[in-house]
Design a protein around this ligand. Structure first.
Ligand code: 3SL
Length: 245
């Protein structure tokens, strides 16, 4: 297996397609996708365009669907939810289809949706993602950070590093044999620097600070947790995610 880390969807090579591509948006889209599936959501339908989202959601009854929209960190007016993982409880989400649009996370998923295997990762699901990779053993893995409007986000790269580091220690491998690009090596270094202080990293990160200004500190605390959910969201058709079977 070779890991390639891309800090943003814009960095992803145009013509190549890996065996497996994994979208990461720790703050907060991929943490929220995992939390929704953990709460029993039937599937997550991801859209860039809010009008297309509303139209597609109409094929489900109001009881069967939830509309989740975020722009600039805040909930889109008229939507049921914003983009907080803490919104999802069994009472609210179980059995329902989540129609979701966020600033960067959905863009990242669209960028990689043509890969034969597409999944999402967060710090909360890191070990489950390592187990998923062990099981499927893809040759080339892209770990793609969502970033913020085209620029690099610390928390996505630390998560990519946590995944590579988890795989590496489990197999007792050398980083130079696993890393497909220099960014993979840098991501592991970032993780090693911060592995015992992940919440502090969220406080330093520019998007963490943006969320703190919106009084979303509890979201930071939730998203900084490592290995607390044993599930992997996988793409079942372009733009739709459900639990890996
Ligand atoms: O950009 C995104 O996709 C979101 O995760 C950003 S936010 O954390 O909801 O503000």
């Amino acid at each position: 297996m070779k890991f390639f880390v891309y800090h943003t969807p814009e960095e992803v090579p145009d013509k190549a397609v890996p065996d497996c591509a994994i979208a990461i948006d720790v703050l907060r889209a991929t943490s929220t996708i995992a939390a929704a599936l953990e709460s029993g959501a039937a599937a997550i339908h991801v859209f860039s365009d809010l009008d297309a989202l509303k139209t597609a959601s109409e094929s489900y009854s109001p009881e069967e669907r939830l509309l989740a929209g975020e722009r600039g960190g805040a909930r889109v007016e008229g939507f049921d939810l914003g983009n907080s993982p803490l919104d999802h409880t069994e009472a609210r989400s179980k059995g329902r289809h989540l129609f979701m649009s966020t600033t960067n996370g959905t863009r990242c998923l669209h960028r990689i949706q043509n890969a034969p295997m597409v999944a999402t990762a967060a710090l909360t699901t890191r070990q489950a993602v390592v187990d998923f990779l062990n099981h499927h053993n893809p040759e080339q893995v892209w770990l793609v950070g969502s970033g913020w409007e085209g620029s690099y986000s610390l928390e996505d790269t630390v998560c990519a590093g946590a995944i590579v580091h988890g795989y590496l220690t489990q197999h007792n491998l050398d980083l130079k044999d696993l890393a497909g690009n220099d960014a993979a090596i840098a991501a592991v270094s970032l993780y090693l620097q911060w592995q015992d202080h992940l919440l502090d990293l969220m406080y330093c990160a520019s998007h963490g600070q943006r969320l703190l200004r919106l009084e979303l500190e509890d979201d930071l605390k939730y998203c900084a947790q490592l290995d607390v959910l044993n599930l992997v969201p996988v793409q079942t058709e372009p733009g739709v995610l459900a639990l890996a079977r």
